[in-house]
Design a protein around this ligand. Structure first.
Ligand code: PMP
Length: 326
């Protein structure tokens, strides 16, 4: 018999899929690391499990404990699945910008969800950073995960996602392109790949309204770069410890409109029904095309599934209201 002990055994070992129509003007091979095949439908299952196992190992998370996190949804899903298998409770703090589907999905897997306003400063007591921190202090036998600064996040990608991409491309990968939020994915995968071959280029996808690109280029944390944006999952108004700027060769910013339009195009032209950050990532690959030569192998990582965006990027009325389509 061939089976997994529980659902957590299905995390990782996701396929690599060739991109076709959307990249037909590019000279090189473009391969998508297709993370929605994880049981929680996103790459974040990997780091959620790693963070929990590391916290169990050093006693931060104890039997019957409560896991508390400020999460935009996917990390919450990964934590919730692991919590069910391992017997923990979950409280997630989420910003009101996130899709209703994401909140409903977290509640469906047994988590308590607390919703906070988006348009307040991170140090405002109403912000989701502040609320999740406070709940962590007030709830007995609880563990505050902090995916932004918890380096088990990067470690998960260094130990699983990076090696998988290296092996699946027979070491032929020349460029890795990925959206950056907490920075765990780019930093873990990027570090592993550069240790294998320092010539591999690592590009981050950023949003307009986020600090990463400017900070990477100038070393300046520019408050003027911070304003509300629509794209989900990537960009930040803080510098998470998981973003290792040294292993990143550059960032390109994708507009909210382009990210939304390319999320639809991935579904309609490639049969890839994926989340909003996948749209941003593939548009970012197209923006970087001057860097690619015919023999290059570009891997772009797609973080999550389209079902979480049916009320937004896959709703034509919403797309019209946003002036993203005619
Ligand atoms: N896309 C989506 C949909 C996400 O949930 C996240 C995580 N915030 C990212 C991209 C960015 O990944 P990371 O946090 O590893 O930088």
């Amino acid at each position: 018999m061939d089976y997994k002990e529980n659902i957590l055994g299905t995390i990782g070992n996701t396929p690599l899929v060739k991109m076709n129509k959307l990249v037909e003007d590019l000279p090189c091979l473009v391969l998508a690391k297709y993370e929605t095949f994880n049981p929680g439908n996103s790459v974040k299952d990997r780091m959620a499990l790693q963070m929990i196992e590391d916290a169990e190992a050093d006693g931060r998370l104890k039997p019957g404990g409560t896991i508390i996190e400020g999460t935009s949804g996917n990390t919450g899903m990964g934590l919730a699945l692991a919590a069910i298998v391992k017997g923990y409770k979950c409280i997630f703090v989420i910003s009101d910008k996130q899709s209703k589907e994401k909140m409903d999905i977290l509640r469906a897997v047994g988590a308590e969800v607390v919703v906070c306003p988006t348009d307040v400063e991170p140090d405002d007591p109403r912000s989701y950073y502040s609320v999740s921190k406070r709940l962590g202090e007030e709830t007995p036998n609880s563990w505050y995960v902090n995916q932004y600064d918890n380096l088990s996040n990067t470690k998960a990608h260094y130990q699983s996602t990076g090696p998988e991409i290296w092996e699946q491309t027979d070491g032929k990968i020349t460029h890795f392109v990925v959206g950056v939020g907490t920075g765990g994915t780019i930093s873990g995968v990027g570090k592993y790949l550069k240790e294998k071959n320092p010539n591999i280029k690592v590009w981050g996808i950023d949003t307009y309204g986020s600090v990463f690109k400017k900070y990477h280029e100038t070393g300046e944390f520019d408050e003027n770069e911070i304003y509300p944006y629509v794209t989900e999952g990537i960009g930040e108004d803080i510098l998470p410890k998981n973003v290792n700027f040294d292993i990143i060769d550059g960032f390109t910013k994708v507009t909210d409109k382009d990210a939304a339009v390319y999320t639809q195009r991935l579904a309609k032209e490639e049969g890839m029904f994926l989340g909003n950050s996948a749209g941003a990532a593939i548009k970012g690959v197209l923006q970087l095309q001057e860097h690619f030569k015919p023999e290059d192998v570009v891997v772009v990582l797609f973080h999550d599934h389209g079902s979480r965006y049916v009320g937004k990027m896959f709703n034509d009325q919403w797309m019209k209201d946003m002036n993203y389509i005619e």
